[in-house]
Design a protein around this ligand. Structure first.
Ligand SMILES: [Zn+2]
Length: 466
């Protein structure tokens, strides 16, 4: 009798024990620790201000000490994974800009690079801005906890590095704590230039900026949804691309937009987890974020942020006025929300780092009753999936419509490629449909790249300067 009970208990205990050991298989979202998020938040808020114009040299207070701590923390994680993280302070001195940089200012990002085992030049970036501010954007001395904006994204990035560095991936992951965001997106611009100089191919940038509150000042709450902002027309578009898109389409198929669709799909697979509301604009009205310097350079990027903003607790001097408390403080955070948003990031990074790059896809459907799709062979892909949607549909369909061929394009071997390209005829009239292809490695498929001009996950070719 006793024996039997203990056997059942042992069986029940097995999966939990496997989770606790942080084994490099299964869902990394389950490894997110609210306790660690809270501990890191306590540490970074303890620097009192992380304003970009605050002290670079004070060992305890200001951005210098905060960045030094983050670099040391990345180094500690690296020691725990046999030196798997290349930790760097990626930065430079920015000259006065007549706006929010009054004097020569060192902009230093804390960056950890986990090199891919197969395709180290292919990179996914998870980032948050580490700097904080109060009401006056030039105030580098007042206490500016920046708990939600963007301490929340920052502690998630640290947790991502901690969890995912215990696993190995074919492609590279960069964990980045950026500074200078509130002064004009400087740190993101510096990192975007740096990855380009390194010759890296950017698969995706997940810019997390404010992922730690669920209610607005009016009491309206949405505890289970994050917004993902993606650009429509590409920021790096050219006259030539605009002309091509007029002839062939592509207004709603930028790489960022397809990354957004991919994230929404991923979230749906975890119905109890954080869901995605896709917002089809680059950022909130009149505002910006660190995804923008990447988009400017033609690199696929989205902003992940809270569903409901609380303006009383961002960019505010700490004070109480007419009984209303202002300031971006730790006590205003929703830890369940932040933990859940962090889980979504872990799952997304894991899947993106295991998936191949999206292919470059083109469609020929002019004056014909079917569509010839052709796409580039992608390193690390063992199969490809064709996706279709009506021109006025928001999302890619699951599989091809009734009357066309099978649901998933399985098992196409890369050896079938001719001159590096794979071709297939889809029995649908191309004028009435949009097409895209994702590249898969087992169950992990890339975001869809659309078969339209400007749909590829690479910068648009710029005209030669005269
Ligand atoms: Zn922010």
């Amino acid at each position: 009798m006793f024996k039997r009970t203990s056997l059942i208990a042992a069986l029940l205990a097995t999966p939990l024990a496997a989770q606790d050991s942080a084994a490099p298989v299964g869902d990394p979202g389950l490894e997110v620790s609210e306790e660690r998020l809270r501990a890191d938040m306590g540490t970074i808020v303890g620097f009192e201000t992380r304003h970009t114009l605050s002290s670079q040299t004070d060992p305890e207070r200001g951005i210098g000490a905060a960045v030094d701590w983050a670099l040391a923390e990345f180094e500690r994680m690296s020691a725990d994974c046999g030196g798997c993280l290349d930790v760097q302070a990626v930065g430079r001195v920015v000259e006065p800009d007549g706006r929010r940089i009054p004097t020569d200012t060192l902009i230093r990002n804390a960056v950890a690079i986990q090199r891919g085992t197969e395709r180290p030049d292919e990179v996914i970036i998870v980032q948050a801005h580490y700097d904080s501010r109060v009401t006056d954007p030039l105030d580098g001395t007042s206490v500016a906890p920046g708990a939600n904006d963007d301490g929340s994204g920052s502690v998630m990035v640290l947790e991502a590095a901690r969890i995912l560095s215990q696993r190995e991936y074919p492609s590279t992951i960069i964990y980045a704590l950026l500074t200078g965001e509130e002064q004009g997106l400087y740190g993101a611009g510096i990192l975007a230039d740096w990855v380009t100089e390194q010759g890296m191919t950017v698969k995706a940038v997940l810019n997390n900026d404010m992922i730690g509150n669920s209610c607005g000042a009016d009491g309206y709450c949405e505890p289970d949804v994050v917004r993902v902002f993606s650009e429509g027309l590409r920021a790096d578009s050219t006259e030539r691309l605009r002309a091509l898109q007029r002839r062939f389409g592509g207004e709603n198929d930028s790489p960022g937009r397809n990354l957004s669709r991919w994230l929404a799909d991923l979230a749906e697979r975890y119905p109890d987890g954080m869901q995605v509301r896709e917002i089809w604009r680059t950022d909130r009205m009149g505002r910006g974020g660190d995804q923008i310097p990447f988009l400017d350079r033609g690199l696929p990027a989205v902003r992940v942020t809270v569903s409901v903003e609380d303006y009383d607790h961002q960019h505010q001097d700490l004070r109480t006025e007419d009984g209303v408390k202002y300031g971006d403080t730790v006590d205003e955070l929703d830890w369940t929300y932040l933990t859940s948003a962090s889980r979504l990031n872990m799952r997304a990074l894991n899947a993106l780092a295991l998936a191949p790059m999206p292919p470059q896809v083109s469609a020929d459907a002019a004056v014909r009753m079917d569509t010839e799709l052709s796409w580039s062979e992608v390193p690390g892909a063992d199969s490809y999936t064709i996706h279709v949607r009506r021109t006025n549909e928001a999302d890619w369909r699951d599989g091809l419509p009734e009357g066309t061929r099978g649901e998933r394009w399985e098992g196409l071997k890369v050896t079938e490629a001719v001159d590096g390209r794979i071709t297939d005829i889809v029995p649908l009239r191309g004028d009435d449909w949009l097409f895209g292809v994702s590249a898969c490695n087992g169950e992990f498929c890339s975001p869809v790249a659309s078969a339209v001009p400007g749909g590829a996950f690479e910068p648009v070719e710029q005209p030669q300067e005269e």
